[in-house]
Ligand binder design. Structure first.
Ligand code: GDD
Ligand code: MG
Length: 367
């Protein structure tokens, strides 16, 4: 089967992380998010992948090329303007003549795709939607089903009064190619607002594939951080992705220099060529990208620090994100004595004054 991955969104809820970096390329344990999705598909034998892109396509194309390095074949389709989730898949129509997967490009999950295909083949509906339970369904698409698992109702971003179930659209579909004939050409069109509700109105069958496997949409900084913590603490399905790192240990990549009087507490991933000075502390779950420096007496705890960032003397970074840009080679600099707290995002190009305190839930980006 082929898969279309939707990676054209702007990722605005992840700003400033996604100002210069497409959501698909934000690093998860120092590897682009999309790499995990591609490995996930490959694990189920899905090797023909179409990337439906719009916002910042070049970094994705440059990294993945024709896909051969990852054991898959990738075709890129770039929209001149956003076409919506269904409009983006319509663009791939000439490449799709059998049932295919369509995936939101910001979801990491262990949902069993083989089981989902089996269910789709047994029922042969127009579409099968993977479902996952969540605490707050109002920020997703809520999917009501009958006793046989057939979809009765699909409501995108319902008000709390409209919520009748905690099962939501997990952002993975198997679609019959005939569905594409319902999507007008060159028109902004959404599965969530236009296609699924209209299929249901016309009594066209949509089946569901509920799963309680690990599932997260990395749509916000808080969830981006939570995914790191889950993977490092082994609570997510890190083993699924066979990445090697994660799961309660310390991994220090080649060229990194850790002073004998620095303290490293698991689980921690330290990328290549980092320098951790005397008396500094990196306390897991935490990640440092390549070429980061942590100066004397600084503490990095529960934080995700992107490549080339420098943490000054006695600074404290706790449960925050330092997101250096892929366009700025010298990364971010956190001067000495700064304190940065829970869920704060320091965006690329930021210049903090020494001793600045940002705590908590603020977003900071230099003008
Ligand atoms: N190519 C392309 N073009 N991709 C798009 C476009 C577009 O115009 N618009 C959005 N996308 C991509 C985004 O990049 C993302 O990977 C995916 O489509 C979903 O968009 P989001 O903006 O992240 O949607 P959401 O998270 O609010 O809601 C969607 O996902 C939820 C699960 O995470 C919906 O499908 C919900 O029903 C679902 O529950
Ligand atoms: Mg999303």
């Amino acid at each position: 089967m082929k898969a279309v991955i939707l990676v054209g969104g702007k990722g605005t809820r992840l700003y400033p992380i996604t100002c210069d970096t497409p959501k698909a390329m934000v690093p998860i344990l120092n590897k682009p998010f999309l790499e995990y999705q591609i490995r996930y598909l490959k694990k189920y034998g899905v090797e023909d992948i179409i990337l439906a892109m719009g916002y910042l396509p070049e970094p994705i194309q440059n990294y993945f090329g024709d896909g051969s390095e990852f054991g898959v074949h990738i075709v890129y389709l770039v929209e001149e303007r956003p076409m919506g989730t269904a409009g983006a898949v319509k663009n791939a129509e000439t490449l799709l003549d059998e049932p295919f997967f369509a995936l939101n490009g910001d979801v990491l999950t262990g949902i069993d795709l083989a089981g989902m295909v089996k269910r789709h083949r047994e029922i042969r509906p127009r579409a099968t939607i993977a479902l996952t339970p969540v605490e707050d369904p109002t920020i997703y698409g809520v999917v009501e089903t009958d006793a046989n698992g057939m979809v009765k109702r699909f409501v995108e971003k319902p008000s709390s009064q409209e919520v009748t179930t905690n099962m939501i659209n997990a952002g993975i579909y198997i679609l019959e190619p005939e569905i594409l004939t319902r999507i007008p050409k060159s028109t902004f069109f959404m599965f969530e607002h236009d296609i699924f509700p209209s299929l249901l109105e016309e009594d066209e069958p949509i089946s569901s594939y509920p799963s309680d496997a690990y599932w997260i949409d990395i749509g916000t900084p808080e969830k981006y951080l939570r995914l790191h913590h889950d993977l490092l603490l082994g609570e997510g399905q890190s083993s699924l992705y066979s990445q090697g790192e994660g799961s309660r240990h310390i991994r220090i990549e080649s060229g990194s220099k850790i002073h004998p009087e620095a303290r490293i507490e698991e689980p921690v991933l330290i990328g290549r060529d980092c320098i951790i000075a005397k008396g500094a502390c990196v306390k897991g779950p935490a990640v440092l990208g390549v070429r980061c420096e942590v100066a004397e007496g600084a503490v990095v705890e529960g934080a995700v620090i992107w490549h080339d960032s420098k943490v000054g003397k006695a600074a404290l970074l706790k449960n925050c994100i330092v997101a250096s840009s892929s366009c700025i080679e010298d990364g971010c600099y956190i001067p000495s004595g700064c304190v940065v707290g829970d869920n704060v995002v320091i965006g690329e190009g930021s210049r903090l004054a020494p001793q600045t305190r940002i705590w908590p839930d603020n977003y900071f980006k230099a003008a």
